[in-house]
Write a protein that binds this ligand. Sequence first.
Ligand code: FA5
Length: 384
Amino acid sequence: MGERWGRRRGGRGWSAEGARRGRVGAPSARLVLTRGRAQPIMRAGGYLLSMKAKVEELRSRGLAEVTAAADRAALDAVRVKYLGKKGLLTDLLKGLAKLPPEERPVVGKLANGVKTVLADAVAARRDELAGAAAAAEAIDVTIPGIAPALGHPHPLIETQVRLEQVFESLGFEVVEGPEVEDEYHNFEALNTPPDHPARDEHDSFYLGPMLLLRTHTSPVQIRVMEGRQPPIKVVATGRCFRRDEADATHLPVFHQIEGLLVDEGINFRHLRGILDVIAETFGGEGAVARVRPDFFPFTEPSAEFAISCFVCGGRGCRVCTEGFIELGGCGMVDPAVFESVGYDPERYTGFAFGFGIERIAMLRYGITDIRQLYDNDMRFLAQF
Ligand code: FA5
């Protein structure tokens, strides 16, 4: 350095070109000419060069940090660090005041240029990151979907709905009655007084002295007839409750469909026509219907309705009794029942029936044990 100073002072060996090339520590020709004093000129020149180097360094460091920013937050931090109000470039520009006025534009231009370069690089990197994020989140709509497992109505409900549809198509109205009944509607009005032996068969769940869970859907007949005059053409479906041991064909809670048709001139052949519809619709191919005499206190004559067993075809097996599956009872409404609801038994006749819906579902789907309907085993239910 000492030697250079010596040469500069002498004014030889230094050219304006040399200064323009920006040799470290070299004063610019202009400074020499305008200032005429070596010392301040050399200081100012040194400061200018170090400013330029600083700007250049900020440029390359800033660009490297922008490129390295892995996400939006990191990129924003880099932007604030270099371009923010208190950022490194802003800081540097504040330092311009220390430069001679004619040098300020040179460094100012340089710094503003770097500002633009960094701002552009930040914007480009932001786009790049947004593109990468969008690509990562993109959904490929061409990939085959996963089919959701679709449910379907339970075979018991399916059978109940189908029964209601069949009867509605025959002009019957679907009605409802309470599951908690009084003894009068469940027994007395149906011609079954307290000492009647048929009451033993309906071993009941009592809720109080006169209140019980209905043992059959027949009390709905009474409730309908109490509320309106003939002609009556209704079916009622719902749960019934008995203290029965569960086995292949019995449950303590089961469903029945009750039917009642009352008008002038109704006879057993009308009932037989309905039984044939049930046998054809739910019995399956080749099924044989069987109607044979039975006893119910509320019908006279009474009959038992059964369909040939789908398992053994009528030979007899564990699922059936003597080759037939009993669906329910039926008959012509007993005049005593009409009297209990105030109908004139001389004028009106009618038939009634009550079938087990589980038994019909068993026939329909070939189910050999009634309990399977309530096991809620998806492997079993999914078959239907
Ligand atoms: C009755 O319940 C009469 N109310 C039916 C009736 C209505 C007769 C109208 C005349 C006129 P029964 O107790 O037989 O009848 O039952 C009828 C049907 O309900 C049976 O054939 C059977 O299919 C079904 N059932 C009865 N008890 C059970 C049980 N514990 N589990 C499953 N199903 C049953």
